[in-house]
Write a protein that binds this ligand. Structure first.
Ligand SMILES: [Zn+2]
Length: 383
């Protein structure tokens, strides 16, 4: 029998916990024991929000998350009145947004036994937003279950995390990701193996790489950059290439989504109508949405740059491995000739320094440094 938990790759250790918690919550006498606040942590791509959504489905489905009934489907597509999935478009979740959310979820569930709120980026709560949320969490007798997601435990305020049941997701093994790509996405074994390795257990990225030729060619261009850093001019050029690719990749994804969202919103307000609805509420709503989309686009470009830097780091990681005398576990086996050459041409302490430089640049970018200047400085250090 299929289940909403089938899509969670390499997370057997928590599926068991979630399944029994969902089953117990259906037993009316045990509602007192139900944990109302859960925290899902795990590295990017491990599927922490997929795990939270699957648990939300299991909590409202009458068959413990069968993945086939209308409740399961509605919960997954944000169409269930008792399930709310909060995805952050901006860089932070503000207190006004939490207050508005709290008024929405204050009522008892309409159909299910629980009202479930999945918050995909609990690490982006501002301090005042987190405090507002804390009050709601502490309220006794509530029938709302909070499923918070964050990269690590330390990304959430101690006051909140101390009230959560914590579940730590693992990075799925390369073999597990390869199997999923072959079985579920019907990818050829060679391609699946390559994509799983190159994306280091990040399932979404692995699927994207294995199904998208442009993504593969972009990755190749970025991975060739270390061989082209002969002079200052070429280092600056490499920075521009990396930035262009990352921006283009992020924009391609967001433009299609932006258009669909605007279209939907205009429909909701009666598109084409010149009545008062569109004139007053409608155009303001469209403007608000455009503003949100702009801040999301900024965030996606930053994420995309970070992804490119992670890729680049794997190159120097492989170089270090070869310098240490091992060729077996290369992440970038498609570049083994280039990696070997680099390993013989440079010293191993230089590789360590380069890897450090990449990690420092990632930290700076996460703290909002200017992308072009940071990447240019990095490329000069890698040259
Ligand atoms: Zn179901």
């Amino acid at each position: 029998m299929s289940s909403v938990f089938d899509d969670l790759v390499g997370q057997e250790h928590i599926i068991q916990i979630l399944q029994s918690a969902a089953a117990a919550s259906r037993n009316g006498t045990q509602t007192q024991e139900m944990t109302h606040t859960w925290l899902f942590t795990g590295p990017p791509g491990s599927g922490r929000s997929s795990a939270a959504v699957a648990f939300a489905q299991a909590l409202i489905c009458l068959k413990n998350g069968c993945s086939a009934c209308s409740d399961c489907n509605a919960a997954k597509t944000s169409g269930h009145p008792d399930v709310e999935v909060i995805r952050t478009e901006g860089l932070s979740i503000k207190v006004e947004e939490i207050r508005e959310l709290l008024t929405r979820v204050a009522w008892a569930p309409s159909l299910a036994s629980w009202r479930v709120v999945v918050m995909e980026d609990a690490d982006r709560l501002t301090e005042s937003a987190a405090n507002a949320l804390l009050k709601a969490i502490e309220e006794p007798g509530t029938r709302t279950v909070w499923l918070l997601c964050a990269p690590t435990l330390h990304d959430v305020l101690p006051t909140i995390r101390s009230r959560c049941r914590h579940l730590q997701l693992r990075t799925p093994s390369i073999a597990a990701v390869t199997q999923v790509l072959i079985n579920r996405d019907k990818i050829s074994p060679e391609m699946a193996q390559f994509a799983a390795r190159a994306s280091q257990g990040h399932i979404g990225r692995a699927r994207f790489l294995s199904t998208n030729a442009t993504a593969r060619s972009n990755r190749k261009t970025i991975m060739q950059l270390p061989m082209k850093l002969g002079s200052l001019a070429s280092a600056l050029e490499a920075a521009q290439i990396l930035l262009n690719i990352a921006t283009e990749e992020a924009n391609t994804t967001s433009e299609t989504r932006d258009e669909v969202e605007i279209e939907k919103l205009q429909e909701a307000y009666g598109k084409g109508a010149t009545g008062r609805g569109m004139a007053t509420g409608g155009s303001k709503a469209v403007k608000d949405l455009e503003k949100e989309q702009k801040s999301r686009a900024t965030r996606m470009v930053r994420d995309s740059i970070d992804g490119a830097l992670v890729d680049l780091a794997t190159f120097y990681r492989d170089v270090m491995l070869v310098q240490a005398g091992s060729m077996d576990a290369l992440i970038n086996s498609d570049l083994s000739a280039e990696i070997e050459k680099c390993a013989y041409d440079t010293r191993s302490d230089a590789s360590t320094n380069k890897l450090d430089a990449i990690m420092q640049t990632r930290t700076q970018l996460a703290m909002n440094s200017a992308p072009l200047a940071s990447i240019e400085a990095l490329m000069c250090r890698l040259a």
